[in-house]
Design a protein around this ligand. Structure first.
Ligand code: GLA
Length: 479
């Protein structure tokens, strides 16, 4: 795929890097042996296209510099030893038998243990390998992606574990195959995520964001305006999507919306689950028309289970068993119009964003020098799409958080467009800022938000807000 881009995760020499050295040393201290290789998988920030990947629509993320590193050594005893470099994460080990034996269960408060994400990756890899393994593994993990921040620390951990395990067993999968496998593996945690996070983890390229399309999975590089800087700022509200049913609720609301419109229009009369994009393909209509269908066939603000059963001509048992997930079966009311509207309109925004980026790249090659203010104009227009995305996520999708809204408001006062990034309900915003303005903007966020609103020590705010640019995807480092 993608012409000269490599199809496989690169296997390269270990770079001279003090974090890698410290990890190797800590590995030796833990296991009294040197690691044989280190896997690196980055976190990501999604620029635009939120909560639409699981509906089949394209998204536009880029990889971060922050990552998960897994140092690994193969052993003969058929066991898996999982350690974290940070003492606050407890160790775990198990005998590797079959993927069925790997149970992924949360703690007593319904929150996943950190290593459950590692187990998701291992379970998925084992299933792919049909339980045929050659070696056991000792693993030491080190991460610097802030957890529960919408920057995909969980997916990076799942993906890093899966890649490590496959590499150790000598399995060779293409980047797209492994990204799809990791997306499937992460669902063992209980959330029905799309494939964005795992796709960007493997398909990311330095200097470009990626326009990721699904079914089949593909990534195309998108050059961002040269003067554009993306700033990520943490709201200080943590959100773990596997610890609540907020995420799955949105997934099933989208499924139900698609199925009801399809049933009303007589294009799907069986019980198969369809996504909002499959519905669009069945109807062969454009996104604007899909918005009209939503208003017409889903006019109500709320739907009860009874309403849905009548519209789909199914029993409540069928609704529960076919369309709902274990953690959404007890819900009684659903917002279908609002969620479907967000999805179709956000899909349009992604398309507009990508086209504007392409136009400005093409325009620049012919503009001959006077593109300074042209770029500023493009940055403003791209930013408007991001602001509209935030408004939709707040109002229609209800996945923002008051802290995120505060950060967006402060940004707006500085004429900077910003939006929640990732699943939401906490975590980070991503802002689009002209590079000349970025220092003032970050300074203003530090003062107005972290110091005045959250009483943080100004000297410690660098960890919460940073400028970023597109980074490399996953790699395997030989030692
Ligand atoms: C999480 C999921 C992704 C995507 C985003 C929201 O990160 O893992 O698949 O749905 O939320 O855009």
């Amino acid at each position: 795929m993608n012409g000269n881009k490599s199809d496989y995760v690169p296997i390269v020499d270990l770079p001279a890097d003090s974090r890698m050295d410290k990890l190797s040393k800590a590995f030796y201290d833990e296991f009294q042996v040197k690691p044989t290789f280190i896997v690196r998988v980055p976190g990501r920030v999604n620029i635009i296209g939120e909560h639409i990947d699981y509906c089949g629509y394209p998204v536009l993320p880029m990889a971060l510099e922050q990552d998960i590193l897994v140092a690994a050594h193969c052993i003969e005893d058929g066991k898996l030893y999982v350690r974290n470099k940070s003492a606050k994460y407890k160790s775990m080990e198990l005998k590797i038998t079959s993927y069925d034996d790997i149970k992924i269960e949360p703690d007593n408060n319904g929150k996943p243990f950190w290593y459950n994400y590692v187990l998701c990756g291992i379970k998925g890899a084992l299933e792919h390998l049909k339980n045929k393994i050659n070696v056991g593994l000792q693993l030491l993990i080190d991460g610097n992606i802030p957890p529960a921040s919408g920057l995909s620390s969980s997916s990076a951990l799942v993906s890093a574990a899966c890649l490590t395990f496959l590499h150790a067993q000598g399995a060779k999968l293409s980047k797209t195959e492994i990204a799809s496998l990791c997306a499937k593996s992460e669902r063992y945690i209980g959330t029905q995520g799309g494939g964005m996070d795992q796709a960007i983890a493997f398909l990311a390229e330095k200097y470009c964001a990626q326009y990721i399309t699904f079914h089949p999975l593909k990534a195309v590089s998108v050059a961002l305006p040269e003067d554009a800087t993306f700033v990520v700022a943490h709201s200080l509200a943590e959100a773990n999507k596997a610890a609540t049913n907020d995420f799955n609720r949105r997934v099933i609301e989208c499924r139900l919306a698609a199925k009801i419109i399809a049933t009303s229009l007589n294009v799907s009369n069986d019980h198969t689950i369809i996504t909002l994009s499959q519905l669009q393909n069945m109807l062969k209509e454009d996104l604007k028309k899909m918005v009209l269908y939503v208003f017409y066939y889903l006019p109500n603000d709320l739907y009860t289970k009874k309403d849905i059963c009548q519209l789909l001509k199914i029993t409540e048992d069928e609704l529960n068993n076919i369309y709902l997930t274990p953690n959404t079966r007890h819900l009684t009311e659903f917002k279908l119009k609002q969620r479907a509207l967000h999805v179709y309109e956000e899909a349009m925004r992604v398309d507009d964003f990508r086209k504007m980026c392409i136009e400005q790249t093409n325009g620049k090659s012919t503009a001959n020098g006077q593109n300074g203010h042209v770029e500023e104009d493009v940055i403003g227009k791209l930013g408007e799409l991001m602001s509209r995305s935030h408004a939709s996520l707040k109002e229609l999708y209800e996945c923002s958080h008051e802290n995120l809204d505060s950060l967006v408001d402060i940004s707006q006062k500085m004429n900077v467009h910003a939006r929640v990034t990732g699943a939401g309900w906490g975590g980070c915003i991503v802002a689009l800022c002209h590079k000349d303005k970025v220092n003032d903007y970050i300074e203003a966020l530090k003062e107005e938000y972290y110091v005045k609103k959250c009483n943080k020590d100004k000297n410690k705010t660098d960890a919460y807000v940073f400028a970023t640019s597109p980074n490399y995807g996953a790699a395997i480092y030989k030692i």
